[in-house]
Design a protein around this ligand. Structure first.
Ligand code: FAD
Ligand code: NAI
Length: 466
């Protein structure tokens, strides 16, 4: 009889956990995955990436039609109507088809789903729904949840002060939505409800939105969102939220101190970041401590300080992104199987799925300049023929390269399809490309991607179309 019930037990079936479980099973390891949700797929598939993108897509269609934007193409629509229930039904269909897909993949790859909350008893024993199972290796992939704002009570069921999960499920379009936090969630979900008719005010503590992004991108994004009708209050802190009947009163004041004001809202979305999920896991039972930010630290193989216990995804340091979690899922399974699983954390793209999209990979100009001398090339989407043909010319491509070696250090894009364009930049950087490599690669015409080539030419000092 085997010493352990499983070779690998993964805790959490988000993009990190489900991918780790499938890859481990593909490598011939006896694998189980504990998940306490009713459906697989974690935050991303259930209440994150997928439902938000479904609503972003649907709301973009609605805005195109209802705003008369299509009229210039001769597409004249009268009396566009919003049926929010239908829009939400469509979102639910997409979510359940994808979460069901993971269940199918588990069956296909013989990954056993242990339904329930998992708690460590010791490093190789985990209790799931009252039953103890043993595993030679345990992978912690418990993800993250919303960071609460002290003194502000989130109640998604009431639908007045909500987090992202509540904001994906509102029953009607709010008259006024106040978003606390000018980060990714605030701008994506703020865009959804603005397109559907809400007035949206974003309250951001720092003096610019989208912290961590390239300075030029942050400036341009703020301009574009303001043009779209967002009211953006930067350098402003929320001191309290009071709910009275069906309205909320948001008290704000300048972050640096000064006179405050009250903003009335129908819905308040709290989106000030996410925190790793480790409560109730029983880490104390295995002697595993978390760092100051509540994250589990690992080495580059994703092994924790406790032998046989590994960790990946949002619960460990690094950007909280689904594709980062997935890549770590593959790598950890390969490492457990005795292969070499590596993730290059210097080349993880990030995309904000607003319109236009905002995408980046590698160092910002500010970060690159701290490390040494750089060359920067920029190409405006206004000079890109495909963007022109589509009359969708907001944004730019910016490439930062090492001044001496010409090696590409970072790429930042604002463009309608920036999320798709960033893949070539990530691949180029993964292969150690120079801006000359990109500039002399033939790009199809007319495509948005030609702007990447032209930005690379700008690094060398010779763009053609600008
Ligand atoms: P999670 O997806 O959080 O999964 C962890 C799972 O573990 C959960 O299902 C949880 O129920 C389960 N779990 C936790 N503790 C236990 C336990 N003790 N026992 C059993 N099960 C447990 N990222 C992108 O890259 N692109 C996007 O477009 C994007 N959009 C997003 C939109 C929103 C609104 C949000 C909130 C997030 C978005 N993200 C996006 C981030 C992305 O969802 C996360 O980075 C990703 O889900 C992290 O994967 P994970 O596997 O680490 O954790
Ligand atoms: P975020 O970190 O992107 O943004 C939070 C914002 O809130 C920051 O601008 C921060 O300065 C601000 N803030 C913090 N405290 C504040 C306060 N008290 N008052 C006002 N502003 C305050 O976090 P967000 O938007 O909650 O998203 C969480 C994470 O989820 C993201 O970091 C990202 O990893 C992931 N995500 C990714 C998406 C994508 O890839 N497209 C989409 C949505 C979420």
């Amino acid at each position: 009889m085997a010493e352990f019930d499983y070779d690998v037990l993964v805790i959490g079936a988000g993009p990190g956990g489900y991918v780790a479980a499938i890859r481990a099973a593909q490598l011939g390891l006896r694998t189980a995955c504990a998940e306490s949700r009713e459906t697989l797929g974690g935050t991303c598939l259930n209440v994150g990436c997928i439902p938000s993108k479904a609503l972003l897509h649907a709301s973009e269609k609605y805005e195109e039609v209802s705003s008369g934007l299509l009229a210039k193409y001769g597409v004249k629509v009268k009396g566009a109507e919003l049926d929010l229930d239908d829009m939400m039904d469509e979102k639910k269909k997409v979510v359940s088809s994808l979460t069901g897909g993971i269940e199918f993949l588990f069956k296909k790859n013989k990954v056993e789903w242990l339904k329930g909350l998992a708690t460590f008893k010791d490093a190789h024993s985990v209790e799931v729904a009252g039953k103890t199972v043993t595993a030679k290796n345990v992978v912690i992939a418990t993800g993250s949840s919303v960071t609460p704002l002290p003194g502000v009570e989130i109640d998604n069921a009431k639908g007045i002060v909500v987090d992202s999960t509540g904001a994906l499920d509102l029953e009607k379009v709010p008259g006024h939505m106040v978003v606390i936090g000018g980060g990714v969630i605030g701008l994506e979900l703020g865009s959804v409800w603005r397109r559907l008719g809400a007035k949206v005010t974003v309250v951001e503590y720092l003096d610019q939105i989208l912290p961590g992004m390239d300075g030029d991108v942050r400036k341009e994004a703020a301009k574009l969102f303001a043009k779209q009708g967002f009211a953006i209050k930067t350098g402003t802190k929320v001191t309290g939220v009071e709910v009275k009947g069906k309205k909320a009163k948001v008290s704000v004041e300048p972050a640096a101190g000064g006179e405050g004001e009250t903003i009335e809202a129908d819905v308040v979305l709290v989106a000030i970041g996410r925190k790793p999920n480790t409560d109730g896991l029983g880490l104390d039972k295995i002697g595993l401590a978390v760092n100051q930010r509540g994250q589990i630290e690992t080495d580059h193989e994703f092994a924790t300080a406790v032998s046989g216990v590994w960790a990946i995804g949002d619960v460990i340091p690094g950007p909280m992104l689904a594709h980062k979690a997935e890549d770590e899922g593959v790598a950890v399974a390969e490492n457990i199987a005795g292969l070499t699983g590596i993730v290059n954390h210097d080349v993880i793209p990030a995309v904000v799925y607003t319109h236009p999209e905002i995408a980046s990979v590698g160092l910002t100009e500010e970060q690159a300049k701290e490390k040494g001398k750089v060359k920067v090339g920029k190409f405006m989407m206004l000079a890109n023929s495909r963007a022109k043909a589509n009359d969708d010319t907001d944004g730019f491509v910016k490439i930062i390269a090492d001044a001496d070696t010409d090696r590409v250090l970072g790429v930042h894009i604002i463009a309608s399809v920036a999320g798709t364009m960033i893949a070539q930049a990530a691949q180029a950087m993964e292969f150690g490309a120079t801006s000359e490599d990109i500039a002399y690669t033939c790009h199809a015409h007319p495509t948005h991607s030609e702007a990447v080539k032209e930005a690379a030419m700008a690094v060398l000092g010779k763009p053609i179309h600008m």
